[in-house]
Write a protein that binds this ligand. Structure first.
Ligand SMILES: NC(=O)c1ccc[n+]([C@@H]2O[C@H](COP(=O)([O-])OP(=O)(O)OC[C@H]3O[C@@H](n4cnc5c(N)ncnc54)[C@H](OP(=O)(O)O)[C@@H]3O)[C@@H](O)[C@H]2O)c1
Length: 238
């Protein structure tokens, strides 16, 4: 396979729909072998089959700590070590005023958006350090810097995710492992299917970013020369 990522491997979480699927497509389009994670096995297998032999479906609930450990073992066995690129993308978006938000919804947001990336980073970082090579991409959000009413659970998880990512960048500078935070504004993905955007004061879906825009930004970051770290990309609809 030719392309800028020929011979490289990538793990993408939340890969069956939206930004994760677009990213899996674009990374594999440049020749990477892509391991795609999501919970819904049927949809994931269908989407990875659409991409072709370079994509592998690995059903996993990233909010299940034991399940993440098992998936990490599978990935290491499949690739003979850590992936070259890890894209922590899976995300949960639950709206609700703080006094109306359940403890379970708040905890689930932290589990998927913050703790799962931590677990996957921890699983692969030792081998990346040993190799002196790797790229960890964190999918943040406009909401990792900006607050909106009813967004306490999501903002807490994404502000925390950005904080963790920035600490990681400081710790990894000079090790050969690169880190990029990609933070999109509102994006037209199935995430909005069960939500009226009118409620949030956001634009209609037709006026949002496309999932491919964020996939492009990720592809840009991971295809720079090894001496260049793209620290952060923030995307909004022009
Ligand atoms: N859409 C936006 O407006 C927007 C804006 C800024 C940032 N983002 C961020 O971009 C990322 C992707 O969002 P999206 O809009 O593409 O979402 P999406 O269309 O809702 O897709 C979410 C993906 O994550 C998977 N997923 C959800 N929970 C999971 C879990 N517990 N374990 C494993 N996989 C899980 C879903 O598959 P299963 O349900 O089968 O598991 C699906 O593949 C998220 O981090 C989100 O916060 C989105």
């Amino acid at each position: 396979m030719s392309g800028a990522l020929a011979g490289r491997s990538a793990v993408v979480t939340g890969a069956s729909r939206g930004i994760g699927l677009a990213t899996s497509r674009s990374l594999s389009g440049e020749g990477a072998r892509v391991l795609m994670l999501a919970r819904g096995a049927k949809e994931l297998r269908e989407r990875s089959a659409d991409i072709g032999a370079a994509a592998v479906a690995l059903p996993c609930d990233v909010s299940d700590r034991a399940g993440v450990a098992v998936a990490a073992q599978h990935i290491a066995a499949e690739l003979g070590g850590a992936p070259d690129i890890l894209v922590n993308n899976a995300g949960l978006f639950i709206l609700g005023r703080i006094d109306a938000l359940s403890q379970d919804d708040f905890a689930a947001s932290l589990d998927v958006n913050l703790i799962a990336p931590f677990l996957l980073i921890r699983a692969f970082l030792p081998a990346m350090r040993e190799r002196g090579d790797g790229h960890i991409v964190t999918v943040g959000s406009i909401a990792d810097r900006q607050i909106f009413p009813e967004n306490a659970a999501y903002a807490a998880s994404k502000f925390g995710l950005r904080g963790m990512h920035e600490v990681m960048r400081a710790e990894l500078r000079g090790t050969g492992i690169r880190t990029t935070l990609v933070s999109p504004g509102p994006t037209d993905t199935p995430l909005w299917n069960s939500m009226e955007t009118g409620r949030t004061g956001l634009p209609p879906r037709t006026a949002m970013l496309s999932a491919e825009a964020t996939a492009d930004a990720i592809l840009y970051a991971v295809t720079r020369p090894a001496t260049v770290n793209v620290d952060e990309l923030r995307l909004t609809r022009a």
